[in-house]
Write a protein that binds this ligand. Structure first.
Ligand code: GLY
Ligand code: MN
Ligand code: MN
Length: 518
């Protein structure tokens, strides 16, 4: 690890490194008993985290993870409430909507099972988490807004306390504490949701037609709840249906200061895990072992788990862009492509690096690597200088790749214009960028043809993939896949690379690979 730290210090811009604040476990100085102040029982402020053993960590039960003013790590109850207010304003504030009643239904994810009663690791629905900070399965957020007022009511339906269920699953927050904990107006048992929806829909349409139900019905987060919503409202023609997700994605694509801090942390963890995988790489090691090192290092650094099944692809396997089998042994002649990231408090990093298994680039691998690196660095500059739409950045990638591949004799000299772009695209058939945040492919309803804006976080991930059978390319360049991917914060000035502690210069890679024994 010392070697990695040294390299990181040498490589990264010191000013930017100041922004990262390892260690990543917060408040390690606080003792559990520091929350036991008697005064909070007397004058309860508007935002207040109650004491108790709940369905998720709080500042009282997990002070090493969450500080006193926060509901989840880094994010306050006030920020979650403000997000709900912003969403309601966006949905109900359009001219054609202000005279209508609105009911907005945002479900939590339900538990998924591998088989019988064996659960997968629970992953909360991103939109629900963004609006509540609640990590409990099968809950429902409902917001009701009458016409011609700014006021609205937030109701959170949760599983109520149940000694038998809690014996198996662990503590629940329960209705009595949920309204306080999640700073909503009311909390009710989730079993009451169908009747509530039915009655509310009836009341709204009877008294103040028309009313709008905002509910996302594609890929429902909770299939059982979806069936309830559909059957409860079947035949109700007075309730207009609409989808809140596009408005939510436009909110989520711009990160708040608190979210940017969390993104810096997850990007730091992901970067260190890839540095560690690089340091441990040796000929003969399995891709599976590389996967295990990534997973171990991310969790050790404070992540819940990896952001997605990582790609650990040696040699020609890297030409399959979604290779996740990770079950081959690495040969000393191969390059290794890793695409991995961490999820920390729901926020994801997404990083790709490619390095020689032997620790020394071959002449031809180095030529390809330096093309991708040069293109990637230029694209990061373009993001800051021109703030283009991501689709425009993709055009720039094809143009730059085409130019450099032609210069190196990898693409033919006698093509130009669209034909050259087409040939570059054939060697990098994926997009160069996506938004990043609570989802890896974040805010997917925000199209990539809108210019990037301050406080968006996007990836920059050009690559070159040359199949072993591609006879249009000189033989010595075949059978290799290279991708370099960083996570970049758009600011009012230059782009800020949040993953800049992850090694990518040729000399740094050659100094690091294989230097750590496993
Ligand atoms: N790891 C998925 C992506 O880079 O988009
Ligand atoms: Mn990506
Ligand atoms: Mn990736």
């Amino acid at each position: 690890m010392n070697l990695i730290r040294k390299l990181v210090t040498n490589t990264a811009n010191k000013e930017r490194r100041r922004l990262f604040r390892p260690p990543l476990f917060r408040n390690t100085h606080r003792q559990l008993s520091s929350c036991e102040t008697p005064t909070e029982q007397i004058d309860r402020p508007l935002f207040f985290v109650p004491k108790g053993n709940f369905g998720q960590p709080t500042c009282h039960t997990h002070p090493h993870l969450i500080s006193e003013e926060h509901l989840t790590c880094g994010i306050s109850q006030a920020e979650y409430k403000e997000r709900r207010e912003t969403l309601v304003k966006k949905l109900a504030g359009e001219a054609e909507n202000i005279h209508k009643s609105h009911i907005i239904v945002i479900p939590a994810a339900s538990r998924q099972y591998m088989s019988d009663k064996i659960p997968y690791v629970f992953r909360q629905n991103s939109d629900f988490f963004y609006l509540t900070g609640c990590l409990e399965p099968s809950a429902v957020l409902v917001m009701i807004k009458p016409p011609q007022t700014d006021k609205f009511k937030s109701i959170l339906f949760v599983h109520d306390k149940d000694a038998h269920a809690e014996l198996w699953e662990g503590p629940r927050t329960g209705c009595a504490a949920a309204a306080r904990l999640f700073a909503v107006d009311e909390s009710r048992p989730v079993e009451n949701f169908p009747t509530f929806l039915n009655n509310t829909a009836y009341r709204l349409t009877a008294t103040s037609k028309p009313a709008v139900l905002w509910y996302h019905s594609d890929n429902p987060a909770n299939p059982e709840l979806h069936t309830t919503v559909q059957s409860t409202l079947r035949g109700d023609t007075t309730l207009v249906r609409n989808d809140p997700q596009k408005a939510l994605h436009f909110m989520r694509v711009i990160k708040s200061p608190a979210e940017i801090e969390l993104m810096k942390e997850t990007c730091y963890i992901g970067s260190q895990s890839i540095n560690m995988a690089m340091a441990c790489t040796k000929p003969g090691m399995s891709e599976h072992m590389v996967n295990a090192i990534l997973e171990y290092t991310c969790k050790q650094g404070g992540a819940e788990h990896l952001a997605f099944p990582p790609v650990c692809a040696g040699g020609p396997r890297a030409t399959h862009i979604h290779y996740v089998a990770n079950n081959q042994l690495l040969a000393g002649t191969e390059m290794l492509l890793v695409d991995s990231g961490s999820q920390r408090w729901m926020y994801n990093s997404d990083i790709s690096r490619t390095w020689p298994v032997s620790g020394k680039f071959s002449k031809h691998h180095r030529i390809l690597y330096e093309i991708v690196l040069t293109v990637q660095k230029r694209l990061i500059e373009i993001l800051g200088e021109q703030r283009p739409a991501l689709d425009k950045l993709f055009d720039s990638m094809c143009r730059l790749l085409g130019k450099y591949l032609q210069q190196e004799g990898i693409l033919p000299q006698n093509v130009d214009g669209q034909e050259l772009l087409g040939k570059a695209y054939r060697l990098c058939p994926h997009h160069v960028s996506h938004y990043l945040g609570i989802d890896v492919h974040d805010s997917s309803l925000v199209r990539r043809n809108v210019p990037v804006a301050t406080n968006m976080i996007v990836t920059v991930e050009p690559g070159i993939y040359i199949s072993p059978n591609d006879t249009t390319v000189p033989a010595e360049f075949r059978g290799v896949g290279i991708r370099i991917e960083d996570d970049v914060l758009i600011t009012d000035g230059d782009s800020l690379v949040l993953t800049d502690t992850c090694i990518k210069e040729v000399s740094d890679i050659e100094a690091l690979v294989g230097k750590q024994s496993v």
